[in-house]
Design a protein around this ligand. Structure first.
Ligand code: MSP
Length: 524
């Protein structure tokens, strides 16, 4: 039985167009899914859209549309962006899907039957933008949201509550017993501190609007709709059929819930408590990334500095954009997006270190040997280097497991530098003049093997470019090759290398003119 691997992105609100933050999470999920697939796992990758709640209802109204019409339009723009990006999700869930609604209602009924839900009255503040309840002491002096800074509403309405307070100890035990349940682990202390401070019960229904999932009919209280975060979080299990006819929870628990730091509490406190109440296993990792800014400034529509991921990927090549996003910023930290940094990565890391190595290999093999690559001799001359490469490879898996993709790439580049150094040291152009053809053949065999391993290991991050490398090196980038050449360190059979055009043509200047202040990129 292959291992299973289940990764999720947050489901995106349909009140706005997609931006770099959404692309970032989705691309990382795609990388993880592709990586585990290459390692032979049975993977399941879930993404989708979060369509209920007051925020969406308001956004639709302000555009003269019904929430359903509006959600259909924006949800499909997300879906087509992921399709355009070649994101290999297995399921695109919408919280307006009937099967999701059934699952959420089942969860509500289960929690109610267990005594974890009671009826009361909510009095307090609410931020529609964050869809979050706040107490008097949590909001700012001007009654604004402590997270997004927008004005909060004072609510006083009948509501059902979830006994979150009853889960405080069990949550603390879970954090304590599972070192990496929240990644990076530095984020865990923030959550632990918050939970140790005491948890209030959570309002989980609303009556002042209707755009949401109604309570189960059996409750007999039709004016309530379920709180959008309970509705949304449940997507991670309703996507597997939880509560519906086709329930198949074999893939549960999720291996990774990828999220941004702003939605950590919902995922690290509410979600595990809901799961405990439903008596379902808890996710293995909640992996939390930082925030992207644009040339040092917070991105916002009004400033017109929102980075449109499609424009960037189309101009600079999707794979280079993917590489930049995960190489430039350590997972978990905030990062700044700028075209110049992207261009530097493309010209230096990708062009000089990777692309040139392949060019050199192709160029020399045709110049000296009609393109024929012979692997056999490379162990004789390069056994030390091959050993060092396998040692580096041995470190990579843990880095991917811990989502330290920037370090994973840094390590992979160590392998490239072993290759580039080997050529500089061997000086094949001199060796050929001395008639030492066998040595040069060994060198080229070594470089070809090195690049084959790099192509396989880089494939999840740069799926298209590495296919070109695979074409040149005549290897298929699949689980069988991964096992042979990466895991077992086998050598390629002899082959004739195929000429492919340079992978990363040099970029001289930003492809989008930078207005003064560097802000010129506006989402449509
Ligand atoms: N609908 C909720 C998630 C429910 S999951 C059960 C939501 N949606 S969102 O569309 O507002 O945000 C989705 C993700 O985008 C979040 O993880 C958030 O952190 C991320 N980002 C939004 N802006 C971002 C940046 N500027 N940079 C990086 N990520 C950011 O929250």
């Amino acid at each position: 039985m292959p291992e299973k691997f289940y990764v999720t992105t947050p489901i995106y609100y349909v009140n706005d167009v997609s931006h770099i933050g959404h692309a970032y999470t989705t691309i990382i999920a795609d990388i993880l899914a592709r990586y585990h697939e290459l390692k032979g796992a049975h993977t399941f990758f879930l993404t989708g859209t979060d369509e209920h709640g007051q925020k969406i209802e308001q956004a639709a109204r302000s555009r003269g549309k019904t929430p359903a019409e509006y959600s259909d339009t924006i949800s499909s723009t997300f879906r087509s962006l992921w399709d355009h990006f070649g994101i290999r999700y297995d399921r695109f869930i919408r919280t307006t899907d009937e099967s999701h609604k059934v699952g959420v209602q089942k969860a509500f009924a289960t929690m109610l039957a267990k005594g974890d839900i009671y009826k009361g009255e909510y009095t307090g503040h609410y931020c529609v933008s964050c869809e979050t309840f706040f107490t008097e002491t949590q909001i700012t002096k001007d009654h604004n949201c402590p997270d997004c800074g927008k004005e909060t509403q004072l609510l006083k309405e009948e509501s059902y509550f979830f006994r979150l307070s009853a889960y405080q100890d069990r949550l603390l035990t879970w954090y304590d017993a599972n070192e990496k349940c929240i990644l990076p682990t530095s984020r865990k202390s923030e959550v632990v501190r918050f939970v140790e401070g005491g948890l209030d019960d959570l309002s989980i229904s609303r009556t002042s609007f209707t755009w949401g999932i109604p309570l189960p009919v059996s409750v007999g209280d039709p004016k309530h709709v379920i709180y959008v975060w309970l509705d949304a979080l449940m997507n991670y299990v309703t996507a597997l059929g939880y509560g519906s006819q086709s329930e198949n929870m074999d893939l549960w628990p999720a291996d990774y819930h990828l999220i941004g730091k702003d939605i950590l509490r919902f995922h690290a406190i509410f979600w595990p408590a809901f799961l405990m109440s439903l008596e379902l296993p808890l996710p293995k990792h909640i992996a939390v990334h930082g925030w992207w800014t644009r040339d040092g400034a917070k991105m916002s529509k009004s400033k017109g500095n929102v980075v449109d991921p499609k424009k960037m990927a189309d101009l600079y090549h999707l794979d280079s954009f993917r590489y930049f996003l995960v190489r430039e910023v350590p997972f978990g930290q905030d990062g700044d997006f700028g075209q110049r940094a992207l261009i530097d990565r493309i010209n230096n890391d990708l062009g000089n270190d990777l692309g040139n190595l392949l060019n050199r290999l192709i160029g020399m093999s045709y110049k000296y040997f009609d393109g024929v690559i012979v692997s056999g001799q490379c162990e004789k001359y390069y056994s030390e280097e091959l050993k060092r490469i396998q040692t580096v490879i041995g470190e990579l898996d843990q880095l991917m497991v811990d989502i330290q993709i920037n370090r994973y790439l840094e390590y992979l580049w160590r392998i490239l530098s072993i290759g580039n150094k080997a050529i500089d040291t061997a000086k094949p152009w001199v060796r050929m003049k001395e008639g030492k053809e066998a040595e040069v053949q060994a060198l080229l065999g070594f470089i070809a093997n090195l690049l084959a391993k790099v192509a396989l290991l880089l494939h999840p991050i740069m799926p298209e470019i590495t296919l070109k490398m695979g074409r040149a090196l005549k290897i298929t980038l699949d689980a069988a090759s991964f096992k042979s050449y990466v895991t077992e360190g086998q050598l390629l059979a002899d082959f004739t290398i195929e000429k492919v055009p340079p992978l990363f043509p040099k970029i001289e200047a930003p492809l989008i003119a930078e207005a003064s202040g560097g802000i010129s990129i506006a989402a449509p």
